[in-house]
Design a protein around this ligand. Structure first.
Ligand SMILES: NC(=O)c1ccc[n+]([C@@H]2O[C@H](COP(=O)([O-])OP(=O)(O)OC[C@H]3O[C@@H](n4cnc5c(N)ncnc54)[C@H](OP(=O)(O)O)[C@@H]3O)[C@@H](O)[C@H]2O)c1
Length: 236
């Protein structure tokens, strides 16, 4: 008998990660809900539909925890790199505190990279492996609201980290082009994960999560190395 499809979501103790986990569970996937706050992770797991879900404490910047993951996970089909760090939105490239910027790059770029490296041997054992990197329009050149060329659009280190995550997505997807491992990046769109966001035009959290989950569900002949929002390619 086939085993259930197993997915791992980072930063799933709050925000979009919770809803991504819930939607994957609703699709019948078993979800490994990871994050830094074990009490919150237990609540998330308890609220998921279906069985077989579990919580794993994972600070994505903790190299030891990342290295230990393959043994702790065992089997895996879908990795969703969702966790992200931010600094104050007033940060610009010319005034940025580089210590804080380095920390953002560590969480938003180096950590997904390390997770891909660590979990690739496990994913390669899956029949339909998927890697989903949650990026942002803030990392694209064209985004009229938050993009790289839009002064004051997003915190500089955040946009730069997401641009680098998009570059990582293309590079890894190209390296894995002849394998079953499908790698894509997604933007959830402006999503109401914080108070007041809906008043700024953010869509509900379910819509943002759908944009992410779509990339976990792409078929074996689906797109590779792209950047998508609500299943539509986004130039970057
Ligand atoms: N919301 C939007 O409008 C929007 C738009 C475009 C892209 N995105 C992207 O969508 C993803 C989710 O965004 P969100 O709005 O849900 O953000 P959020 O509410 O700020 O949640 C961020 C999540 O990342 C986790 N995290 C941060 N650093 C971590 C670390 N070192 N180790 C493990 N987990 C860590 C946080 O966990 P703690 O609770 O432990 O801090 C939290 O669960 C991010 O990649 C973000 O860049 C969001």
């Amino acid at each position: 008998m086939d085993r259930p499809t197993i997915s791992l979501v980072t930063g799933a103790g709050r925000g979009l990660g919770v809803e991504v986990a819930r939607q994957l569970a609703a699709h019948g996937y078993q979800v490994i809900v990871t994050g830094r706050d074990e009490a919150r992770l237990a609540e998330v797991v308890a609220g998921l539909p279906g069985d077989g879900h579990r919580a794993l404490r994972l600070d994505v910047t903790d190299a030891e925890q990342v290295q230990a993951l393959p043994d702790r996970v065992g089997e895996l089909d879908v990795l969703v790199n969702n966790a992200a760090a931010y600094v104050d939105w007033t940060e610009t490239a010319t005034n940025a505190d580089l210590g804080a910027a380095r920390a953002v790059l560590e969480t938003n770029l180096v950590a997904p990279w390390a997770l891909i490296q660590a979990l690739l041997p496990v994913l390669r054992r899956s029949a339909h492996p998927r890697i989903v990197n949650v990026a942002s329009g803030a990392g694209s050149h064209g985004d009229p609201d938050f993009g790289l060329t839009r002064r004051g659009g997003a915190a500089a280190s955040y946009g730069i980290s997401k641009a680098a995550l998009l570059a990582l997505t293309s590079t890894v997807a190209a390296e894995l082009a002849e394998t079953p491992v499908i790698v894509n990046a997604v933007c959830p769109g402006l999503t109401a994960t914080y108070p007041g966001a809906e008043a700024m035009g953010a869509h509900p959290i379910g819509a943002g999560a759908e944009s992410v989950v779509w990339a976990a569900l792409v078929p074996d002949n689906g797109p590779r190395g792209g950047f998508f929002r609500h299943a539509v390619p986004v130039p970057w």
